[in-house]
Design a protein around this ligand. Structure first.
Ligand code: ZN
Length: 143
């Protein structure tokens, strides 16, 4: 099942609807079976959703097959990285150590930190109640 946010071009109503697949949406649309819940217009389109925050590591080898999608994801990540670089201190491989010292020693820092850690490290930190987010990271080839 797939949920689409639909937009009525006539009255600007947006509503959610479930479909068995993306193909089903196209099929129903062709058969003129999708209409607005409010005004009944057939001019109903899929509404573009804001990109969700990416919270898992993406396998870029697979994504590269789909270049456009890869570029879009990369752009989002680049913006994300820019934000982090501007607002967080880079601690590299000391991440786990620094994260613990902030948590346990109440070490004061103006900024949050970012760095590298293994999945197991992050799991441990989370179990200790240290708020840690895993984000995908791409090295910028232009640098
Ligand atoms: Zn409508």
């Amino acid at each position: 099942m797939i949920k689409y946010n639909l937009l009525c071009k006539k009255c600007d109503l947006t509503f959610d609807s479930w479909f068995a697949s993306s193909k089903e949406f196209d099929k129903l649309k062709k058969k003129r079976l999708i209409n607005c819940h409010s005004c009944g217009s057939l001019q109903v389109e899929k509404n573009l959703m804001a990109p969700k925050l990416i919270n898992k590591t993406i396998n870029f080898k697979d994504e590269k097959k789909n270049t456009l999608k890869y570029q879009q994801i990369k752009k989002t990540i680049n913006e994300y990285q820019k934000f982090i670089k501007n607002n967080f201190d880079y601690v590299g491989e000391n991440f786990v150590y620094e994260a613990r010292s902030i948590h346990y020693d109440n070490k004061k820092r103006d900024k949050g930190i970012y760095g590298t850690a293994s999945k197991d490290d992050i799991k441990e930190l989370r179990e200790e109640g240290i708020d840690t987010n895993l984000i995908p990271w791409v090295e910028n080839e232009n640098n």
